[in-house]
Design a protein around this ligand. Structure first.
Ligand code: SF4
Ligand code: SF4
Length: 185
């Protein structure tokens, strides 16, 4: 299959500069609040700080793809004399931990590079990181033709989301909500 160029957006992290202030979590959750900027709740953020102040560990991690199963690897890593769990580096919303799950619904969260409405030229967490621990980069990469389109919600993701809502609220309540929404239209 032919290769085509795709613009890739990347946020680079400089651990040495992160002081654990959590401004990135605050702005991310506010930007994605149901009414923009109506709510600051780091639990809703798509970037989360792994904080162990006594060990001087501050590790920003972005929400990536959801994984339906827990991994088997739980190794420890020592980097520059600091000890990290393997989970600390993982970007997945996974069944074994609460990170990257929307607290009300349990739906997985994923960083969208602030392309939510209105799309931002530069990710807000980068703008709000005053210590420059986060920097934004756009670069071109070669991908298979057809993969260059940014994918919105896939059917699988939508089914997963609906199942999570049905498990939490029950089918009757979901039907009531749908009926109320349709009435308003
Ligand atoms: S890029 Fe935007 S969506 Fe992603 S973590 Fe930063 S603020 Fe949140
Ligand atoms: S805003 Fe920057 S310095 Fe503050 S916690 Fe986030 S990454 Fe670290």
């Amino acid at each position: 299959m032919a290769k085509v160029k795709k613009k890739v957006k990347v946020i680079n992290i400089d651990l040495e500069k992160c002081n654990g202030c959590r401004a990135c979590e605050v702005i991310c959750s506010a930007f994605h609040a149901p009414e923009k900027y109506s709510l600051n709740n780091p639990a809703r953020s798509r970037i989360r700080m792994i904080r162990k102040p006594l060990d001087d560990i501050y590790l920003p991690v972005y929400a990536g793809e959801y994984t339906a199963s827990e991994c088997m690897g739980r190794d420890k890593y020592v980097i520059d004399g600091r000890e990290y769990d393997e989970c600390d580096f993982c970007r997945a919303s996974c069944p074994s931990r609460e990170a990257f799950k929307e607290p009300d619904s349990g739906l997985p969260l994923k960083c969208d590079m602030c392309e939510d409405d209105p799309p931002q030229e530069e990710p807000l967490c980068v703008k709000w990181c005053l210590s420059d621990a986060l920097t934004y980069e756009e670069r071109e990469e070669e991908v298979e033709e057809g993969e260059e389109q940014a994918q919105d919600l896939t059917q699988e993701e939508m089914e997963r989301g609906l199942k999570a809502l049905a498990d939490k609220y029950g089918l009757d309540e979901m039907a009531n909500i749908m009926a109320r929404m349709l009435k308003k239209e």
